[in-house]
Write a protein that binds this ligand. Structure first.
Ligand code: C5P
Length: 218
């Protein structure tokens, strides 16, 4: 039995991709599997937390005791569920790969092909992290992820401030064995004044590193 260092805490976790509909059969999506967020949810529950896992469309899920799974499809559904649960949470860990944009119009019927190019207008989705950060109370902690291809530290710190996060889990997509589709990840924890690098390890172990950091910040 694990140390119950999250006993009495309620933790919100977002995970997986979102699907943004184009028409009744097509969507824009991304390659997130949800594996990192599911690992965090399971580890937090094993350490005594009550976990709400808001999970985008993916093949992976969890039946772990202490994890309540809420399946959503779109960024707007994930946003609505997150905003509703945030006031009850002691912390949120936002591991989802939320689509920044969605098609402005969802065609009621399947879009037919025709000659020439097709343009789709996209509009911005709500930024869940930023909104939770805006409403964050002094007893709440907020953890975000960042995947940057360039100027990673500068960009991560910018996000830390703009979304009012307590720390960011930074991973680089160029690293061998990290990110989408892998069972391993190499991360750095970034806050305003420090950077903590970690070795490449299983996402289940990364999950515990993240929760260790969170526990020190309560
Ligand atoms: O701005 P960027 O997408 O790089 O920020 C990544 C962090 O913000 C992740 O923690 C992600 O889950 C969260 N996010 C969000 N809602 C969005 C976009 C990102 O919660 N619409």
């Amino acid at each position: 039995r694990r140390e119950q260092d999250l006993l009495g805490k309620r933790i919100l976790v977002t995970a997986g991709p979102t699907h943004e509909d184009l028409d009744p059969v097509r969507y824009l999506g991304n390659r997130s599997t949800g594996r990192m967020g599911i690992a965090i949810a399971e580890a937090a529950a094993a350490r005594g937390a009550r976990v709400d896992l808001i999970l985008g469309p993916t093949n992976l899920s969890t039946t772990a005791e202490g994890v309540q799974v809420l399946a959503v499809r779109t960024a707007r559904e994930m946003h609505a569920a997150s905003v509703a649960l945030w006031p009850k949470a002691n912390a949120a860990i936002l591991a989802a790969a939320v689509a920044d944009y969605r098609p402005k119009n969802v065609a009621k019927q399947k879009i037919k092909k025709k000659e020439g190019a097709l343009s789709v207008e996209l509009v911005r989705n709500p930024d869940i992290a930023a909104e939770l950060g805006q409403d964050k109370k002094s007893h709440q902690r907020l953890v975000g992820f960042a995947l940057e291809t360039n100027d990673e530290l500068v960009n991560a710190r910018r996000k830390l401030v703009s979304k009012n996060l307590d720390f960011i889990v930074l991973n680089s997509p160029s690293d061998e064995g990290t990110g989408f589709g892998h069972t391993t990840n190499r991360v750095q924890f970034v806050d305003a004044t420090s950077v903590k690098p970690f070795d490449l390890k299983e996402k289940t172990a990364v999950a515990d590193d993240i929760l260790n950091e969170l526990v020190t910040r309560f």
